[in-house]
Design a protein around this ligand. Structure first.
Ligand code: C2O
Ligand code: CU
Ligand code: CU
Length: 476
């Protein structure tokens, strides 16, 4: 079992590290502190770094069943990393190497996938690149960290069932050269099918219908907790790193009385901050928001999950509580009310001479059963797309079904050119994006030197398992 401690110092030479200590110390001096215990109801433990080398973060992860109290007053046997739900947060700095000693003590095989991270293909954890890790077996993942941002880890074997059973954790890669954007708060949003008595519904509940619609657990969890409280102090900004780790559920919420300013997406900072009425995340997506609390007289506010009609059936599902946001009585801080702009410069990919890739997200009938498929196949490795290292591709992903599907590409960030005929309003790096029913997504991607087989799929994990998964063979 890994030792867990809340903070670590690594990622740079000793001297640079000292400079950083000085920098964060002066940040703390120039900006007021969060209220005492502001995140104690939500904070996720950080995996302990067992390597003294400042540029290597080395952690131990053990997948095992643990009994946790999710629904108050009951126990649930969930699948965990190191006994926690979510698993420990992996925290490192851009440029570090992350080494994960993984051991599988689950009753079935598994792998680890590093969602959004540009890892070598043989470390990606998909079944195209890795033999499943059997119960009792170990595997060492060695991951360079070229990008700062909020990422996450989860299995890529029976992923709908295993993620649904609780296997996911956050990865934060910091970039010390980023401006001060508030105090970090990782928020992993998920849901679980926990019955009244605390038992977990079977992962294949409702059979084909469950797969086809995508199973949403009725118990909403924020960092594995029901309706936890986040405390804040007026004028002292928080940086929420939000991950949608639900197997099928879209997450949509606002914070009543507060302004949310999006500062980062899947692959680190976006070019310019974007004020948002609400956060909407398809499964697998991330957003970082800057929240500089403003005074409100109504006391604690409840942040609620809001329905998103991914079926286009006019469904109106009732809001459900996610968390409680509470301003304390501390004297207001003098922190910035808005983040600096621009946050970052991102050059547009040069698409002159780029070759096209076409992907159709579709339904088809196989042996009398409707399944989801890509380009006429429900087998992930049947018709791989082909590309070459160094190439730039223009992907055109058409959703010919009547439902929305979040499209995810492994291993590479892309720049969205348009979704449903509309160009994005800010430039950013994405790895997962919703493709609305009957709409087309166009994006550009440049392949760096990591040949191998890379998966792409719908991140409604029940859909991926039902066949909406394909692969890209990247040749050297
Ligand atoms: Cu997070 Cu293949 O996925
Ligand atoms: Cu992924
Ligand atoms: Cu889907």
């Amino acid at each position: 079992m890994a030792r867990e401690r809340p903070h670590r110092m690594s990622g740079l030479s000793r001297m640079a590290a000292l400079a950083l200590v000085a920098l964060s110390a002066c940040r703390a001096e120039t900006r007021d502190a969060q209220p005492q215990g502001w995140d104690e109801e939500v904070a996720i433990p950080v995996a302990a770094d067992i390597n003294p080398d400042a540029s290597i973060v080395e952690v131990e992860l053990e997948a095992r069943v643990a009994s946790l109290e999710l629904r108050p007053g009951t126990r649930t046997d969930v699948w965990t990393y190191n006994g926690g739900l979510p698993g420990p947060t992996l925290r490192a700095r851009k440029g570090d190497t992350l080494i994960v000693h993984f051991v599988n003590h689950l009753p079935e095989p598994t792998t680890l996938h590093w969602h959004g991270m540009r890892v070598p293909a043989e470390m990606d954890g998909s079944l195209a690149m890795q033999r499943p890790i059997q119960p009792g077996e170990s595997f060492d993942y060695i991951l360079p960290l070229p990008d700062a941002g909020t990422f996450w880890y989860h299995p890529h074997f029976h992923s709908n069932a295993q993620v649904g059973n609780g296997l996911y954790g956050a990865i934060v890669v910091e970039d010390p050269s980023e401006p001060d954007l508030g105090d970090d708060l990782v928020l992993v949003l998920s849901d679980m099918s926990v019955r009244e008595d605390g038992s977990l519904a079977p992962p294949d509940e409702d059979g084909w219908f469950g797969d086809y619609f995508g199973r949403e657990g009725q118990l909403l969890l924020v960092n594995g907790r029901v309706r936890p409280r986040v405390r804040a102090r007026e004028g002292v900004p928080q940086r929420w790193r939000i991950i949608n780790a639900a197997r099928s559920r879209y997450q949509r919420f606002s914070v009543p009385g507060q302004l949310l300013v999006r500062i980062a997406g899947d692959g680190g900072l976006i070019e310019h901050p974007q004020a948002m009425g609400e956060v909407l995340l398809a499964p697998g997506e991330r957003a970082e928001v800057f929240l500089s609390p403003r005074a409100q007289d109504s006391g604690p506010v409840t942040v609620q999950w809001q329905n998103f009609d991914r079926f286009h059936l006019g469904s109106l599902r009732a809001p459900q509580d996610l968390l409680v946001f509470e301003l304390t009585g501390d004297a207001p801080g003098a922190g910035p009310m808005s983040p600096p702009t621009p946050l970052r410069t991102i050059d547009a990919l040069d698409t002159s001479g780029a070759t096209a890739q076409r992907v159709e997200l579709m339904e088809m009938v196989v042996d009398g059963q409707t399944v989801f498929a890509i380009n006429g196949s429900n087998l992930p490795d049947e018709n791989p797309l082909h590309a070459r290292v160094g190439e730039t591709n223009l992907w055109e992903v058409t959703n010919s079904t009547a439902y929305d599907h979040p499209f995810h590409l492994h291993g590479f960030f892309f720049q969205v050119l348009e979704v449903g005929g509309r160009a994005p309003t800010v430039r950013e790096w994405k790895d997962t994006i919703n493709v609305p029913a009957h709409q087309t997504l166009r994006f550009a991607v440049a392949y760096d030197d990591r040949p191998g087989m890379w998966m792409f799929h719908c991140h409604i994990l029940d859909h991926a398992e039902l066949g909406m998964m394909g692969s890209l063979m990247l040749m050297p």
